[in-house]
Design a protein around this ligand. Structure first.
Ligand code: FAD
Ligand code: NAD
Length: 455
């Protein structure tokens, strides 16, 4: 292989060439994994392929480190720095792992088969097929919650995937350039430069924070004639932002946003979305119009169509509309041999990367124990137990907040030192050394040269 004849770091990177892997063994059980996000990757990293044949089906042939996605919308970090090909993990397994870049469109728990569709723009002669499984691991994440509101999908930008971050960036720069267009009316300039974020959960807050930094550090410098016209508004239906953080950190975030001139409209619910304005029910129950240039929609999760389809097939056991119900061993209620982890499930934990990772790791250990029990060893499968490691969020101006479990209590900290901690935690949790290297490089690059303002 190229790695074997020695190409420096490339050699380290490609340590095991796929050709050295064992082939599929028809005598072994086949585990099909749906997804290439946090849950799936954590499972894949740990599953012992000496015991099973493993196949992965996902419309994305890469893993995405979502915690740094908000930084990509403004160019602090480049998207490719937080992506890693799924084959980077599969090449390190002892047995060849098959990967199909496709979407699973249906699951038949009776015949134990799944239907998959090629999602690439260029297709071969076969683009739909079915695959049998012995065990299925569903880790397909969740969809963006829109509450079925007309206009959201058409006019707003979500923030979940690579293409969402790209779309936000393009729209933002379009707004800025259009605002500077010859003879633009003053009220139209104000509208175009009004960036509205809906949802005061961590996604909305972190996006507003990154946007603030971009406006202050870069756009105001590059576009001095527009500097005093940029405006950010965060709309939240509840009485405060970040309900999962301590009240002290909520107050700290809200006062930081106030200093940074990010307007926070709490107890305000979006009711209608049109192409240039949203209508909100404000705290006094008045219907108010808010014109916007860029609208970012971050109102949480809802089940994907495939999740709903599976739940409908076993509807007697699936009684929650919010996600798949699993038992303490991650088995899907009503569908033996199907396991579900991460955001596609409905559980008592928040839908976070932290939960999905721990569930993936746990499930790989369940499969290991099942294999050892089949070998005749005395093994016991214990229920999944979640261990909360704390919550972190970036709030802008080089400040972050952290709620950390400490000696049976909780420590709430916020500020610049927490930001350094935030960075070090994310860097140490990155998928690969390559990702770490690229992200640190991006941080240095944006400090030295500023963020890139090209469209
Ligand atoms: P995902 O990671 O979303 O992966 C789902 C996978 O399934 C994807 O590969 C997708 O392409 C694939 N898929 C979708 N449909 C199908 C189909 N039909 N067939 C096959 N495959 C399919 N959590 C934290 O703990 N800390 C953070 O700091 C944090 N920051 C975040 C920042 C942002 C901007 C966002 C959006 C989320 C953040 N989260 C964070 C939440 C975290 O990203 C999710 O909880 C986590 O991604 C859930 O993992 P998952 O494996 O269930 O789903
Ligand atoms: P979320 O569910 O945490 O927050 C969505 C917010 O939108 C809620 O506060 C809700 O009240 C508000 N909302 C809903 N409908 C509204 C409407 N019509 N008008 C105004 N406000 C409305 O969603 P999220 O922020 O996308 O996060 C999703 C998951 O990902 C969560 O579990 C979160 O913890 C996790 N996450 C974690 C981090 C982090 O740890 N730093 C970052 C991003 C996401």
């Amino acid at each position: 292989t190229v790695g074997a004849i020695g190409y420096g770091s490339y050699e380290i990177y490609n340590k095991r060439h796929p050709l050295e892997q064992k082939p599929f063994d028809p005598k072994k059980r086949t585990v099909v994994v749906l997804g290439s996000g946090w849950g799936a990757v954590s499972f894949l990293k740990s599953i012992n392929t000496d015991d099973y044949n493993v196949m992965v089906v996902s419309p994305r042939n890469y893993f995405l480190f979502t915690p740094l996605l908000p930084s990509c919308t403004v160019g602090t970090i480049e998207l490719r720095s937080i992506m890693e090909p799924i084959r980077f993990i599969t090449q390190h397994k002892t047995r060849n792992v098959k990967f199909y870049e496709s979407e699973c469109t249906d699951i038949d728990p009776e015949s134990k088969t799944i239907s998959i569709t090629d999602v690439s723009d260029i297709k071969g002669s076969v683009s739909n097929t079915t695959i049998p499984y012995d065990y299925l691991v569903m880790a397909i994440g969740a969809d963006n919650q829109t509450f079925g509101m007309a206009g959201v999908r058409e006019y707003a930008c979500f923030l979940k995937e690579v293409w969402d971050a790209q779309k936000i960036r393009t729209r933002l720069m379009d707004c800025v350039e259009s605002a500077g267009f010859a003879k633009q009316a003053p009220e139209e300039v104000d509208r175009l430069l009004h960036m509205v974020v809906v949802g005061g959960g961590p996604t909305g807050v972190e996006y507003a924070a990154e946007l603030h930094d971009f406006l202050k550090d870069d756009l105001e410098v590059w576009y001095p004639e527009l500097a005093d016209k940029f405006k950010i508004t965060l709309v939240e239906a509840l009485p405060n932002v970040l309900p999962m953080f301590s009240s002290q950190l909520i107050q700290y975030t809200e006062s930081t946003f106030k200093q940074n001139k990010i307007e926070v409209l709490t107890k305000t619910m979006v009711k209608e979305v049109a192409d240039k304005e949203i209508k909100v029910m404000d705290a006094n129950k008045n219907l108010v119009s808010i014109p916007y240039g860029l609208l970012v929609w971050a109102t949480g999760n809802c089940p994907r169509p495939l999740t709903r389809k599976l739940m409908a097939r076993v509807k007697e056991a699936q009684t929650s509309p919010r996600g798949i119900l699993v038992d303490d061993y991650m088995r899907v209620a009503g569908a033996p041999d199907i396991y579900a982890i991460g955001d596609c499930t409905f559980s008592k934990y928040a839908p976070t990367a932290q939960v999905a990772t721990q569930q993936g790791l746990y499930l790989a250990s369940v499969f290991e124990n099942l294999a050892r029990m089949e070998d005749g060893q005395n093994k016991k499968i214990t229920p999944f137990e979640y261990s909360h490691q704390g919550s972190l969020a970036y709030i802008g101006s080089d400040k972050a907040i952290a709620d950390l479990p400490f000696l049976n209590g909780n420590v709430s900290v916020g500020g610049v030192a927490t930001y350094v901690f935030w960075r070090s935690v994310y860097i140490s949790n990155m998928f690969s050394f390559r990702n770490r290297f690229l992200v640190v490089g991006d941080w240095m690059k944006s400090k030295v040269f500023g963020r890139d303002v090209s469209r």
